[in-house]
Design a protein. Structure first.
Length: 515
């Protein structure tokens, strides 16, 4: 750990020095709230404040964004029939559940936050001092700089679009959309920096709001069915496309709608009783999302024909005009609420990845520091927000995600391989939750396909650029991680950030079950 100020030095440098009680809490804490930190310690850690309900809401809230309301037509386009499209939606849910349950085994055995990063580091790191940590480093490099901030930026832009669009007949100006996006980023970041409890309460509220919206759409569909409007869904498997490649691409689109099933593993250290609540939240959350997607699509196909659904640019809005009439304004409000909740979840989990990678020495150490009073990873959250803001301002984030999306499945597959490796290298370590070996093998095979499919189906030079970017992380890995070089004035900047943000180093003692 590089030189840093201890807690007494930090407090002494502040304008208002606050004396400690013997129990480590502040004198101005009459309510007996949680102690700030023991003055004899040189670090402070995140607190376990995420229960089962908040865990379920994080999974559901980050998986369900705006896609199911706006354009759930990729699966139908690849299958051609109502029956097969609904089967694909269920199949994608099962695959996502297999992946998440595999992550549950890893998360209950390796109780570090960071999801893929932590598991790749533990599985491959011990094989070689220099080469072993490379998969984890490249994952952090790609996710921290591109994937996580891009997703955070995209959902904030979706929020901006659906909050401003009702006021403009020809669509909102790009400048206004970017301004509202930045405001959304700042608000979400402020919530997450201020309090973990507040962030989880916000997540719970907006998850409930989007589930209410889906319930309205589902009930509307059942009402239409009760009136005998079943012409479209009664077609069953008529017009099913016979092309295996197109059906495979339908699975590709469907699985992206389920992306986010791994997000709870990014905050394992903050889950109360993770050995129980991590797998349980997954078993509740992902089947719930699967049922929501199935019933929502069934409702759409009850109210609209397949041709109308494929032609619509905003499927839920079209559904609302026909079913809700003057109350159709409920739909854009629901989309806005859904995207804001997804933005909150993206910020919450993305900041933890940066935090853990920095703590392991793969990013600047100051990004692993924790606020002394709020117990939030303040520096990492601010960096994630800054990068997302840059992407919003600079250009087309959607194209960036399209070209980097295959790398996400590359790392999902690598994590399944890590689980298989750990079954051999740590076979004697107790696993509170253990999945049948066929589950990670199945997800590994699906991951290999999803890495190759977009490149074969639509080969473009941008995919090569994305791959080169991933590998280019080695240019920084060698000097800064292997050789442990540092930039000039790193210590000065680190101390300055500690004073400004009132944060201190964090520490994690590796805790395998059974130790």
């Amino acid at each position: 750990m590089p030189p840093h100020q201890n807690l007494d030095e930090i407090n002494g440098s502040l304008a208002c020095r606050k004396p400690y009680h013997r129990n480590g809490s502040l004198n101005n804490n009459p309510e007996g709230k949680e102690a700030l930190v023991d003055r004899n310690l040189d670090h402070v850690n995140l607190k376990k404040r995420v229960g089962l309900l908040s865990g379920v809401c994080l999974i559901v809230g980050t998986m369900i964004g705006s896609g199911i309301f706006i354009s759930p037509k990729g699966v139908l386009a690849g299958t051609g029939s109502v029956g097969l499209s609904l089967m694909v939606w269920v199949g994608c849910g099962i695959i996502s559940l297999f992946g998440a349950l595999s992550y549950a085994e890893l998360g209950t055995m390796i109780t570090k936050s960071g999801a893929e990063y932590a598991y790749l580091h533990e599985a491959f790191g011990p094989f070689h001092k220099t080469l072993g940590p490379i998969p984890a480093f490249l994952f952090a490099w790609t996710s921290v700089l591109i994937l996580k901030p891009a997703l955070f930026g995209v959902v904030s832009m979706s929020f901006a679009l659906y909050t401003t669009e009702p006021f403009f007949e020809c669509g909102p100006p790009d400048t206004l959309v970017k301004i509202v996006s930045i405001l959304c980023l700042l608000l979400v970041s402020a919530i997450n920096c201020f309090s973990v409890n507040m962030a989880t309460k916000v997540q719970n509220f907006f998850t409930a709001a989007k589930l209410i919206a889906i319930a309205v759409i589902t009930i509307g569909g059942f009402v239409y069915m009760g009136k005998g409007e079943i012409e479209e869904i009664s077609t069953g498997f008529e017009d099913t496309i016979q092309s295996p490649s197109l059906i495979a691409l339908a699975f590709y689109d469907g699985l992206w709608a389920y992306d986010g099933w791994n997000n709870l593993n990014y905050i394992t250290e903050e889950i109360q009783n993770p050995r129980r609540n991590l797998p349980l939240a997954i078993m509740i959350g992902i089947p719930l999302v699967t049922v929501c997607y199935l019933f929502t699509n069934l409702s759409y196909l009850t109210v609209m024909t397949r041709a109308e659904l494929l032609q619509s640019t905003a499927v839920a809005a079209t559904w609302g005009d026909r079913v809700l009439g003057v109350a159709a304004v409920f739909i854009p409000i629901s989309v806005a609420l859904s995207t804001f909740g997804a933005a909150n979840g993206s910020c919450f989990t993305g900041g933890r990845l940066t935090f853990v990678a920095a703590r392991e020495g793969h990013l600047p150490q100051v990004l692993s520091y924790v606020h002394l009073k709020k117990f939030t990873p303040l520096p990492s959250l601010l960096v994630s927000t800054f990068l997302a803001g840059l992407m919003v301002l600079m250009g087309d984030i959607f194209a960036l995600i399209d070209f980097f999306s295959f790398t996400a499945w590359m790392f999902y597959g690598s994590t399944m391989a890590a689980l298989l490796v750990l079954r051999y290298t740590m076979k004697d370590v107790e696993r509170p939750y253990k999945v049948p070996i066929i589950l990670p093998i199945s997800v590994l095979c699906v991951s290999i396909y999803l890495v190759i499919a977009p490149i074969i189906n639509d080969p473009r030079i941008e995919f090569l650029y994305a791959f080169v970017f991933v590998i280019s992380g080695l240019v920084f890995y060698v000097p800064f991680v292997v050789m442990k070089k540092s930039l000039p004035y790193t210590d000065t900047v680190t101390k300055f950030i500690q004073l400004i943000l009132w944060c201190a180093p964090s520490k994690y003692e590796s805790e395998y079950v059974g130790d």
